[in-house]
Design a binder for this molecule. Structure first.
Ligand code: AHR
Length: 511
């Protein structure tokens, strides 16, 4: 039981409470935390984003009109490409020039299917320009060489005369693209070459040195809880901060924590797998603390950012689909994990410079699913839409006191929250991850104005509700105002339904 001020009176209560500290809002939440990832995997690129100019599916220069429009509404800040594991098999010169001359290759990581290279550097970077987002290009370290990587950077970024810029111009692009982020390999401890951290760290230094035209170089980081990889990388690049701006981190949320057996169905699950998923999602918080703690030793001034460039839920593929395509549906459980992940990243704004949900369309925890000419916006899509106001805002520190969500004797915190301030508008996002019970939350706003409040919610009737093709949406963004009690002295009480993601905004001016 804890004491709190409600309506100016000290009362004793044993429930959720959030205290905002707008006076301590100093750290900017990088807009790139709201980033996405598109790999040559299943129908993420082909069929999802790109159908080719001759397709009967309405498109502009091959990009699906429906998908582009939906993505624009998300205000996507940055997109990572071409992988993932695919990046360390990708030779960029296969994907430039006249399409009929581009070689077809085998996508060895993802289903062994033919990759015709019709979507390459120009198609990707033009797509980013169409969305108005930054590009993050992942270079090939595993099966490529330094010269190939350096030439790609030059082809993309240089405005000087050189064989590479000449080639770019011949291929129809006069000016360089404005690309900031370059990754030096992907999962080089696994699909990117099964390397030891010491070996990779040396390779990183070499690649990063010769890819000097890349403004922001990202070293391959650890998988989830491998502190040794982070330790070695930070130690071996300690004196090279000028060539290392970011260190990546990957963490997937699996209901059943195994890479070899069943991970559980995306839609057909009961509360045991809901519980294991949401409690596993909390691990993103502790993992960040673990890796940031190590980085702090070698980089106390936060010069190297955490680039959380793969995260999200990973389940068994939908029955009857290619196991190599990682196609899965997306329920209210995914909305909860999306809201938690974004809150956790916001709360680590001092170090997390980017995060990229895996993946944008049709793969893993996608914001969009497509089937031929049909498109579905997933619950995860609506959470990203709801949270977009945090992009580039100042993070408002919060103290969160949370009830427990208990299942069969195990328990976890039920409320996960973050807050920010931009242009006089304070945005608070909260997740109640209990699927059975609504929660009352007391909120102390500090100097935040309690007037002009506006709210939105994503919730569902059932925990495995999802949006399906050709059917009315079961989960979408709705206004949230019921259950909000305003009071004097900047104190509020809200009633969050079971399994809900809520946004509240406050301002001195009308919202
Ligand atoms: O996102 C799917 C795969 O997961 C990526 O290709 C790889 O980096 C990770 O193991």
């Amino acid at each position: 039981m804890a004491a709190a001020l409600v309506c100016g009176a000290t009362v004793v209560m044993g429930q959720n409470k959030i205290v905002l500290h707008p006076e301590n809002a100093k750290q900017t939440i990088s807009k790139d935390i709201y980033g996405h990832f598109a790999e040559h995997l299943g129908h993420c690129i082909y069929g999802g984003i790109y159908v080719g100019a001759d397709s009967k599916i309405p498109n502009t220069n091959g990009y699906r009109n429906d998908v582009v429009e939906a993505l624009k509404a998300l205000k996507i800040p940055v997109l990572r490409w071409p992988g993932g594991c695919f990046a360390d098999t990708y030779h960029w010169k296969d994907g430039i020039g006249p399409k009929e001359k581009r070689p077809s290759i085998i996508n060895t990581n993802w289903g062994g299917v033919t990759e015709d290279n019709s979507f390459g550097t120009h198609e990707f970077l033009d797509f980013c320009e169409l969305l108005g987002c930054d590009a993050y290009v992942n270079l090939n370290v595993g099966s490529g060489d330094v010269r190939e990587a350096a030439e790609w950077v030059e082809y993309i970024t240089s405005s000087n005369e050189s064989p590479m810029t000449q080639l770019r111009k011949q291929n129809g692009r006069e000016d360089p693209w404005n690309v900031k982020y370059f990754g030096i390999g992907n999962e080089n401890w696994g699909c990117g070459g099964n390397m030891e951290p010491e070996y990779y760290a040396d390779l990183y230094r070499r690649f990063a040195t010769f890819c000097g035209g890349a403004p922001y170089r990202i070293a391959c980081g650890a998988t989830a809880d491998d502190p040794n990889w982070t330790e070695v990388l930070m130690k071996k690049t300690e004196k090279q901060h000028s060539i290392t701006q970011g260190l990546s981190l990957h963490k997937y949320t699996l209901p059943i924590n195994t890479w070899t057996g069943s991970k559980g169905s995306a839609t057909d699950f009961k509360e045991d797998l809901w519980y294991s998923t949401v409690s596993e999602a909390w691990a993103m918080d502790s993992l960040l603390d673990l890796h940031i703690g190590i980085m702090q030793k070698y980089d106390p001034n936060n010069e190297v950012g955490v680039i959380f460039d793969e995260w999200g839920c990973w389940y068994d593929v939908e029955p009857g689909t290619n196991p190599g395509f990682l196609y899965q549906q997306n329920t209210m459980r995914d909305a909860i994990v999306a809201g938690m992940g974004l809150n956790i990243f916001n709360n680590h704004a001092e170090r997390v410079q980017m995060a990229n949900i895996a993946q944008m369309v049709n793969v893993l925890q996608a914001v969009i699913l497509t089937k031929d000419e049909q498109m579905v916006l997933t619950p995860t899509y609506y959470v990203f839409k709801m949270y977009a106001d945090h992009q580039g805002a100042k993070m408002v520190p919060t103290d969160v006191q949370s009830n427990k969500y208990t299942f069969e004797g195990k328990s976890t915190k039920t409320i996960c929250a973050s807050a920010s301030e931009k242009d006089g508008v304070v945005t608070l996002t909260l997740v109640n991850l209990n699927p059975n019970k609504g929660e009352t939350v007391d909120i102390e706003l500090g100097s935040t104005p309690a007037k002009n409040m506006k709210g939105e919610i994503v919730t569902a009737q059932k925990m495995n509700d999802y949006n399906d093709f050709g059917k009315a949406e079961k989960i979408t963004l709705k206004p949230f105002n019921s259950g909000v009690q305003k009071s004097s002295k900047g104190t509020l009480k809200i009633e969050m339904p079971a399994m809900s993601v809520v946004k509240l905004q406050f301002s001195n001016n009308k919202l």
